[in-house]
Design a protein around this ligand. Sequence first.
Ligand code: C2E
Ligand code: CA
Ligand code: CA
Ligand code: CA
Length: 286
Amino acid sequence: AKSAGGNRYEMADEEADARAITRHGLTTALPAALERGEFFIEYQPLVHLGDGSVSGAEALVRWSHPQHGVLGPDRFIQLAERTGLIVPLGRWVLEESVRQACRWQERNAGDTTVPLRINVNLSPCQLTHPGLVSDTVEILERAGLAPAALCLEVTESALIGADDDLLKPLRRLAEMGVDIALDDFGTGYSNLANLRRLPVSVLKLDRSFTQGMQQFPADPVDLKIVEGIVSLAHSLDLAVTVEGVETGVQAEQLRELGCDTAQGWYYARPGPPDRLHDLALADATS
Ligand code: C2E
Ligand code: CA
Ligand code: CA
Ligand code: CA
């Protein structure tokens, strides 16, 4: 038993070492990875809860690492933020997904369905970067995408206590017609009255709220909370998107509670751009 314990410790140490090396290795490999084109984007549909039609997609970045395989953003976004690479990486994600949104719209040309919109995550570091507004304008213009087809997602925690300097670029983008969504809403304990000050048009309810609705019947307190958030949001003219919808029961409850849009495995996992186009077309013709 003793030697097994010893082995376990050795294993744990080795794993810890491997993780540390990997973290350091990943950090130093990031800039070259961007130049070599090792990042790619998966798209997860956003669906109108009213009629189930696809309204657009969220762009979610992945790293196809030559040794470690495909890495999710939880493995490298923080590292990229710490080293500043998040600014060029985030710009690449925005550029690539805006171009993709244009391709969907071109393939849909002649179709009378509403054009697919694209949601892109913004890191707090990008918010304070002076090039945010000009880069975004340039990317939209070069691709020929209407600002109203773009939604930038900013986490609630990034905007807690935000002063006017931080909000100014977001306000300018909102004035141009870009939607700003408050991501992971409900996890940041922000002052609800503060919402009026923010240039946001969408609340994106965190997955923790939808998790409480997985069992049936759902926790009545969870239902009350979501109901309250939805009515507050709508009274402030904000749309409500829910994330992490995994079952039809959840979807139905969230629809009844008045949520506008939903995202989650129940509809589709994140996937390649063509799949999103097929999904959107399928429900437009069904
Ligand atoms: P997020 O913005 O909250 O994105 C939603 C996450 O939930 C995604 O994880 C998505 O794959 C996952 N998800 C979607 N539906 C379901 C579901 O039904 N059940 C469950 N359990 N999970 C679901 P992912 O792709 O691993 O991304 C994690 C986080 O990484 C994102 O959280 C976002 O904060 C960040 N991220 C992703 N792409 C970017 C990017 O381009 N830039 C920045 N700054 N952050 C990014
Ligand atoms: Ca997001
Ligand atoms: Ca989120
Ligand atoms: Ca989340």
